[in-house]
Design a binder for this molecule. Structure first.
Ligand code: NAD
Length: 498
């Protein structure tokens, strides 16, 4: 049985609050261990460690700082398989998919090796007589990240890497459902040469999150999770004067134009809709075929593909997807399918009664497919976060783009077409942060930024790419005059360039 405490000041620390929670193995419903749930005092200990370590880390020259990231990349390579299996066992996704989770995190670490360049300031020589102006980017101090269960390697790395590369100390509060990989990541950073205290992991639930939001020494909070919590965290963190970027839920549409290659479209849709059991913020959960004929062709091809999806335990290399993360998540998703049926949507593939032989206590369900879903239904409006795809039939392209634009969420969207003009028009007019053209899951590559629009994101800077270096630094602008002018005496009129 695992006993997971916290990682503070470069070492494991047992939980002292007396509160803990079971960590499950979704593929068979067994208990893997217990994770401690931190109190406000335990958070304070982490903050004190972080504060003590931060000044020295910030004073370490940036090239030396990023050498730690380089070494970390090497250490992860040495135990990629073990990490992926640990991740799959706690999350439920397949091992192959868990490797992708780690890899997408490492790609951001790679980009952060360019931090010395990204942190360079500006310089104007001779902005006025004898005057030079320059700006510099300095770390914020101690910053924190609160992350979701669904990418336990990728999202912590998206936050840790830019924060520490910029010279901050970081406190991670990972999801209490799958904390082992974030804990191992912290150990590996220390092994890679990160000074103790620069990266701390505090496990817990709302109690420690609230302590983070109220702690005056934490200068910024990065959050990823569901929309109601993202909004709450943004409000409380900013009310306390912190910088905050909070990314929320999604309802990603895929528009299928009549000229789309239907084989390619269905392949893309199956992977994007059902991969990781639909537990991805960039999963496609709504397919919008344009025109009745397109819809009929799509449904006809989708049905056998959804029926033949291979559900299996996370350790089965041939499985398309594994179990859901918890028993509660499974019940919630199945309930949404019941709601869809009651609302009048046509359930053309029903995966609710799937059981996995030999793993009867695991949290499995088969893929579900709804046709004739309409805008007023809860299954259209709300994020289901499971292996359930809704087909909304749109009579025209204008109706289809309006659906995506009117939806409360605006994380990702895709259009499948062979027509460049339609694709260009769509990319320009759609009110969604990340757009795919014949790409079903348009998670931007690490040197671009990641972030949704509307209720999918609160705050103004995105994750990774150039925005990450802006979020984790503050700008100082220096105007200097050497040395003439002073001797001319005081000036009482505001200096201008006239
Ligand atoms: P969640 O909102 O339940 O939890 C996220 C984090 O917030 C966890 O660390 C959790 O401990 C903490 N938390 C939960 N309830 C809290 C509360 N009441 N007060 C304070 N903190 C609380 O999300 P989840 O179920 O772990 O993850 C799935 C959600 O995350 C989905 O909605 C998904 O779309 C979203 N997500 C979004 C992105 C993105 O980039 N937009 C990426 C991945 C996941």
């Amino acid at each position: 049985m695992l006993e997971i405490g916290h990682f503070i000041g470069g070492k494991h620390v047992a939980g002292a609050s007396g509160r803990s929670q079971d960590v499950m193995q979704p593929m068979d419903g067994s208990v893997r261990g217990k994770v401690a749930l931190a109190s406000k005092d335990e958070l304070r200990a982490a903050v004190e460690n972080a504060k003590a370590a931060q000044a020295g880390w910030a004073a370490t020259n940036p090239q030396r700082r990023v050498r730690v990231l380089m070494k970390f990349l090497e250490l992860v390579q040495n135990e990629y398989d073990e990490l992926a299996e640990m991740l799959a066992r706690e999350h439920g996704k397949t091992i192959a998919d868990a490797k992708g989770d780690i890899q997408r995190g490492l790609e951001v670490v790679e980009v952060c090796i360019g931090a010395p360049h990204m942190m360079k300031g500006e310089f104007t020589d001779g902005a006025g007589p004898g005057i030079d102006v320059y700006s510099m980017r300095q770390p914020l101090g101690v910053v924190a990240g609160i992350t979701p269960f669904n990418f336990p390697a990728m999202i912590p790395l998206w936050k840790i890497a830019p924060a520490i590369a910029c010279g901050n100390a970081f406190i991670l509060k990972p999801s209490e459902r799958d904390p082992s990989v974030p804990m191992r990541i912290a150990e590996l950073f220390i092994e890679a040469g990160l000074p103790a205290g620069v990266l701390n992991v505090v496990n817990g639930d709302k109690e420690v999150v609230d302590a983070i939001l109220d702690d005056p020494d934490i200068k910024a909070v990065g959050f990823v999770g569901s929309t109601p919590i993202a909004q709450y965290i943004y409000s409380r963190a900013t009310a306390n004067g912190k910088r905050a970027q909070c990314f929320g839920g999604a309802k990603n549409h895929m528009i299928i134009m009549p000229d789309a290659d239907m084989d390619q479209t269905v392949d893309a849709l199956i992977g994007a809709g059902y991969g990781s059991a639909g537990e991805r913020c960039m999963a496609i959960s709504v397919a919008v075929p344009v025109g009745q004929e397109t819809a009929d062709r799509l449904i006809e091809r989708l049905i056998p593909r959804v029926e033949s999806l291979k559900v299996g335990p996370s350790t089965d290399n041939s499985a398309d997807f594994g179990p859901l993360v918890t028993k509660e998540a499974l019940a919630r998703v199945k309930n949404y399918v019941d709601v869809g049926v009651q609302e009048g949507a046509k359930l053309v593939v029903d995966g609710r009664n799937f059981t996995m032989q030999g793993y009867e206590n695991g949290y499995y369900m088969g893929g579900c497919l709804f046709d004739n879903v309409t805008e007023d239904m809860r299954i259209y409006k709300e994020e289901i976060f499971g292996p359930v795809l809704s087909v909304v039939r749109a009579p025209t392209y204008e109706n289809a783009i309006k659906l995506a634009n009117d939806h409360e969420m605006g994380n990702g969207v895709a259009i499948f077409t062979r027509d460049g003009d339609a694709a260009r028009d769509f990319a320009s007019r759609v009110q969604v942060g990340m757009v795919g053209v014949n790409v079903p899951i348009p998670v931007p590559i690490a040197y671009y930024t990641f972030g949704g629009w509307k209720a999918s994101s609160f705050g103004d800077l995105n994750q990774h790419g150039p925005d990450a270096f802006r979020f984790y630094t503050k700008t100082k602008t220096v105007t200097s005059r050497w040395p003439s002018g002073i001797k001319d005496g005081a000036e009482f009129v505001i200096p201008t360039m006239n």
